[in-house]
Design a protein around this ligand. Sequence first.
Ligand code: KIV
Length: 263
Amino acid sequence: MKTITDFARARRELHPIVMVAAYDALMARLVADSEADAILVGDSLAMVVHGFPSTVHATPDLMGLHVAAVRRGAPDFLVVADMPFLSVRRGVAAATAAAGALMQAGANAVKIEGVTGHEDVIAHLIGSGIPVMGHLGLTPQSVNVFGGYRVQGRAPADAERLRAEARRLEELGAFALVLECVPAALAATITAERAIPTIGIGAGAGTAGQVLVLSDLLGLDARFQPRFARRYAEGHALVREALNRFARDVRAAQFPAREEVLA
Ligand code: KIV
């Protein structure tokens, strides 16, 4: 199994890190059978699996259920779990309980959006044996503050702030840092300035690794196809065609066939 020390080695050896967001046992098994390095149980599951309009709807209990399912599907794989909305903003004790529950459900590390205002939580978790991955740029839990899913860090002051926050995360002991929807040049600058690996999503080619959501890279959702998420399969068309063939076979009395009937 890969561990967070492999992230550090990959960064030193300039070996790109591959992380995939997956949310259940079946999907976790698919990722674990691939050449990817880690699974992220992202709070995007609130939108992708549960149909909510934003990640604000993910709760610690919901995250725990999905982390446990992913762990059952991928017993020996590196699993990082998102700390959901507000879970790091209710004080160190509450955050430690939430992070501890995710670790006991099967996570090897937690991911935390932002840093300013919860540095104490990040330091305490790391000091307590819980590895922390940072997440800067478009932090979706703050979508209502941003006024939508917009690229972050275009204005020079915002870019400076993100560089300072990345430095702060490294000082606090974060083992890696997701950069979401920031200009490619800024992501490359932060990557060059930091010793910990940056994992990009919509952040260009200059990060130390990349993360995509499994359903995006499989092209499963015909209505959600962000420009930065390359589709490695036309999953939606594939699934629809399979379902239509099933429906046609049933209606034509072609399914089940003799060899598919149990005696
Ligand atoms: O929730 C998620 O899936 C994420 C990734 C998009 C980085 O945070």
